[in-house]
Design a protein around this ligand. Sequence first.
Ligand code: AMP
Length: 475
Amino acid sequence: MILHRPEEECGIFGIFNHAEASNLTYLGLYALQHRGQEACGIVSSDGKTLFSHKDMGLVADVFGNQETFKKLPGTAAIGHVRYSTTGSSVIKNTQPIMVEYSRGAIAVAHNGNIVNAQLIRAELEAYGSIFQTSMDTEIIVHLLATARNESLVERISRALERIEGAYCLLFLTESRMIAARDPNGFRPLCLGRQGSSYVVASESCALDLIEAEFIREIEPGELIVIDKNGMTSYFPWKKIAPTPCIFEFVYFARPDSYIFGKNVYMVRKEMGRQLAREHGVEADIVIAVPDSGVPAAMGYAEEAGIPFELGLIRNHYVGRTFIEPQQSIRHFGVKIKLNPVRDILKGKRVVIIDDSIVRGTTSRKIVKMVRNAGASEIHMRISSPPTSYPCYYGIDTPNRKELISASHTIDEIRKYITADSLGYLSQHGLLKSVGMDNTPYCTACFAGDYPICFPNMGADPQMDLFDKELQNDRS
Ligand code: AMP
């Protein structure tokens, strides 16, 4: 069986009861582009039929042509942006997934990762289900189709009862839009209103763009049905203590968004302040690795009383999925994305702030670049703890053996990246910056304390089940 490794970094958006539903979904996806650049899609409903358009590529490329919207009529629509790093990213794996079954048509868009997908899929296949994609999301559709319950809400509740892991879901039928967030609430999902239309989005920045009012976040374990009669909320599953993903604050979400009750920018800035308290150093300037390190660098600079400068300039037209042109000019690497401002860096003791070190390759290249630009000392500061464990709940992290901090001490990492000093924010400092409240965030990528079991958990720390499957895929 070929299944993707967990890699569903995605964004979802939906709107119900609006004359320009697919156009606004396009804009919503545009605002969520940072959550996935590989592929995107929209499914709309005119009350009788569902219509779909999806393709590989950025939102502006797939939906840039106004003619496309003529093929997406109706007053309700859901959309999806997808990010994938595996080789098996193909057009059939784009979302929303749309199917016709005995009770009509239904489309689903998913952000997150289902950890027991392989088990359920094997079971469904043994009973004759035929899968069209290798996405874990497809099992939800099959569970829905095979559920015996009369009402759609019941069928969705029962289907999702079997699912373990992270999911924010948007369903669209001919007459209803349904949103669901898993009981752990790993990924963010919010609810808004624009006039008489309801809007659901992964992040509030998508509501801002279409001038929708933020109503509230969809709660962990909540299922919301929106139809012509308005909105109804259900809590069909057993309540558990939620564990929202702290890495959304560290890296993934946009700084202008409000997630898990907080503004991402303010949290990142506080992480920077805390980092300065924990790892202060004599220096002349603080610079950020743009864009992810900027708010933390501003916080660090403020707290340390050291000027913040734009020492590295980013080319904003390079996507995350940029493919380097050819072998002979590969060594340009990070220079394609970032260029140092020599007059700022020359002869200076520089603090560089980034949000995380994964494999260590980016930091190594950046330190070299800043050193070549004339910096006299380089002090690398990271606004999160060492990323030592892979994520199974929807953030794309490599397997454990590729995570540099899984097998190296901080001083070994410092040597590898060739910095004069290296300091990571402590886990306590990170939680403090997030303003812990009563929310026990998921910190599995830093601490290995996985809130939900996944196949083969703990069996072989160097090579997990998904990695083995990936190798099989490639062979
Ligand atoms: P690396 O070169 O593997 O150490 O990557 C570190 C860089 O990747 C940092 O600048 C981070 O901002 C960025 N980063 C961290 N997590 C992710 C992720 N899940 N997807 C893409 N980029 C990431």
